[in-house]
Design a protein around this ligand. Structure first.
Ligand SMILES: [Zn+2]
Length: 347
């Protein structure tokens, strides 16, 4: 790789100013970010920098994200603020986590897709007790009754007061919005359609060896894409750094997940597989881009692709960190430093 130190410094500066930590600084240390805040309550603590209206930034604040917040977020999405069945509720929250929302639940793969018992076994009853949601048993013809979960007016007010401004400050906002729209569309699907879709996208029902082969195939294609980018890359182009860094991190995450073993129920490896595959998708599209010296100089097409790969890297980092698979690379170091470490200081 031939990024010289001067260009590297430039690239770091560009990324820092334009791309990375303007709004949100996330503290993810795979073994530290889940803390027992009180009895039986797992809380993800994230440092968030909320911009003020006059343009100044507030000092970063530590914000607690109790697992219950995932239930509240999911219930804000349907027009009637109601989700039928614990299976659907679990699936919706798993999709939101997969697609980058800081949801601290730990899912495991079950016959009905990713599940976390705390969602329906502890969080929902707790929220109901506080009057933030209501539940109801709906009779079903020829089937067992299902529980419906509904966000109350009090719950909506609580959510808006506590979480809305933080969600608004997430990076790549248009893509987080698109994710929420995609989830809203899934409310038109039957429960079994949603389960099938999640199984297929996350490969949650295949044998460990099949998943390993798929993951290694993605890693191999990422290696090939890196080779292509390196052949045509420009020393001063920050987009090249983004594509190379994202691809390297995806390979690293896949290899770590495989090393840890795939013969377990945790959904973490599946989240890593899905997001690495997505990184590959965008890296391939960006392999032959028109180089720029400043990301602000790219055209709309390049901007969209950049945002897509950076968002997917973000989702991958979230999940790799959450499930203890790979240490995220954002915040202090950034992609360039990560790249430098991966290639042994050659750049
Ligand atoms: Zn480039």
């Amino acid at each position: 790789m031939a990024l010289c130190p001067a260009n590297l410094r430039f690239a770091i500066g560009t990324i820092r100013v334009v791309n990375w930590p303007v709004f949100v600084l996330l503290l993810y240390k795979s073994h530290e970010f889940l803390e027992e805040m009180s009895e039986n309550r797992i809380t993800q603590v994230i440092r968030v920098q909320i911009p003020l209206k006059d343009g100044r930034d507030m000092a970063p604040q530590h914000v607690e994200w109790p697992t219950e917040w995932g239930v509240l977020l999911a219930l804000t999405l349907p027009a009637d603020r109601e989700i039928y069945s614990k299976v659907r509720l679990n699936k919706i929250i798993a999709l939101l986590q997969r697609d980058g929302f800081p949801i601290s639940n730990r899912f495991y793969n079950s016959v009905m897709g990713p599940m976390d018992f705390t969602i329906h076994g502890r969080d929902a009853p707790l929220l109901e007790k506080e009057g933030l949601i209501s539940t109801d048993e709906k009779p079903m013809r020829n089937k067992n009754p299902v529980t419906s979960y509904r966000l109350t007016d009090k719950g909506l007010g609580y959510f808006q007061q506590k979480y809305s401004c933080i969600i608004d400050s997430l990076p790549y906002k248009p893509l987080f919005n698109a994710t929420m729209d995609e989830v809203r569309r899934s409310f038109h699907m039957t429960t079994s359609e949603i389960v099938d879709r999640v199984h297929e996208e996350l490969m949650t029902q295949v044998a460990p060896e099949v998943l390993r082969q798929r993951m290694m195939a993605v890693a191999e294609m990422l290696e090939r894409t890196i080779g292509e980018v390196e052949r045509y890359h420009d020393d001063s182009c920050p987009v090249c750094v983004e594509v190379l860094g994202s691809s390297e991190f995806a390979i690293k995450s896949i290899k770590k997940a495989v090393e840890q073993g795939l013969d377990n129920k945790s959904s973490g490896k599946n989240m890593v597989y899905y997001n690495s595959h997505q990184v590959l998708h965008w890296a391939q599209k960006l392999a032959r881009h028109n180089h720029v010296t400043d990301v602000r100089l790219g055209d709309d097409g390049l901007s969209r692709l950049r945002m897509a790969i950076c968002y997917r890297l973000y989702c991958l980092e979230e999940n790799a960190g959450r499930y203890g698979i790979a240490e995220p690379i954002r915040d202090e170091s950034g992609l360039s430093v990560f790249l430098q470490q991966q290639v042994g200081g050659e750049i």
